[in-house]
Design a binder for this molecule. Structure first.
Ligand SMILES: [Zn+2]
Length: 315
């Protein structure tokens, strides 16, 4: 049977590109959401993959491109809806936000008569979310931050937990939803969502791309959509339910002494803040044991800036 996407039929065993009109730039140029719909030959769930909801978090764009190269629609069970760039306005401006500085991921479920971000959110909800069963939403660190590849989701839901562990990034994090996010709206609509975080904005961080591609393919296998299990994960994911930022005790230049994914003890040295010539060095230590899940890549810090993001690990 055909899958109908945005009013267009996608035949069994085929893929089709669909461009959804998202609005016009002041120049009159029309912007569209490029979407690939792959409709399989066997029964199965409908999965969406979304990238660049924050326009400068482009790691998901590359992950989705590579996943599309791995999936054969003639052997697929169910349907894959790939939306590599959701925030097309932020993407062309290399910005997290919409032109009016609104955050698309605080604008869900959106409204057809609201501001641009709200309209774009509504378009995604109506055309993609409503016809899907489950989604993977790809993000990277915001501003000058980098993230360990990780899945965030409601780990208290057994099926979400199963999919997160099948994805098998280095870290899975239980997190409650934030108002206005795609994930909050999706959960209200009865959909399951894995939120992937990895790498830096405006970069194809190699570790994040690899973890994202391999994880998405493993999750598709766990959903029964593909037969190939793909590459096994390097290790079982660590799990966290409590995360916190270690902040700069003073302004200065921060020299980081830990790496992403490193396990640290309580009181471990994370780095040293000093003046430009090295005077006045002050050690920054972690109050808790855990795993380094993110850090600020810009060494120039003000008092109170988040320096290192620590995940406290479940036993
Ligand atoms: Zn994001």
């Amino acid at each position: 049977m055909d899958f109908v996407f945005a009013g267009l039929p996608v035949r069994s065993g085929t893929r089709r590109q669909v461009s959804l009109p998202a609005g016009r730039l002041p120049s009159g140029t029309e912007l569209t959401l490029p979407i690939e719909v792959l409709h399989g030959t066997r029964q199965g769930p409908t999965l969406w993959l979304s990238g660049a909801i924050h326009g400068d978090e482009i790691v998901g764009v590359e992950i989705i491109r590579r996943v599309l190269g791995h999936v054969d629609e003639r052997r697929l069970a169910g349907t894959l809806i790939a939306v590599p760039v959701v925030n097309v306005f932020g993407f062309v401006a290399e910005s997290r936000y919409l032109p009016d500085r609104r955050d698309l991921n605080r604008s869900f479920p959106g409204s057809a008569r609201g501001p641009l971000a709200s309209r774009l959110a509504r378009l995604f909800v109506d055309q993609v979310l409503r016809v899907s069963d489950v989604g993977i939403d790809f993000h990277a660190g915001s501003d000058d931050r980098t993230n360990l590849p990780q899945i965030r989701g409601n780990l208290d839901d057994p099926e979400t937990r199963r999919l997160a562990y099948a994805f098998a990034p280095p870290l899975v994090v239980h997190s409650s939803t934030i108002k206005g996010t795609l994930r909050e709206t999706a959960l209200k609509e009865g959909k399951r969502v894995l939120l992937f975080e990895g790498g830096e904005p405006r970069r194809f961080s190699p570790d994040a791309v690899e973890a994202g591609v391999a994880g998405a393919l493993r999750a598709m296998h766990a959903l029964g959509m593909t037969d190939e299990l793909g590459a096994p994960p390097a290790s079982n994911p660590a799990e966290s339910r409590t995360t916190s930022w270690v902040r700069a005790p003073k302004g200065g230049i921060f020299r980081l002494t830990v790496t992403l994914g490193e396990r640290i003890d309580q009181g471990a040295l994370l780095g040293i803040i000093s003046g430009p010539a090295g005077r006045g060095g002050r050690e920054v230590r972690s109050k808790v044991a855990g795993m380094v899940m993110g850090y600020a890549v810009n060494p120039l810090v003000h008092q109170g800036d988040g320096l290192v993001h620590i995940a406290e690990l479940e036993p």
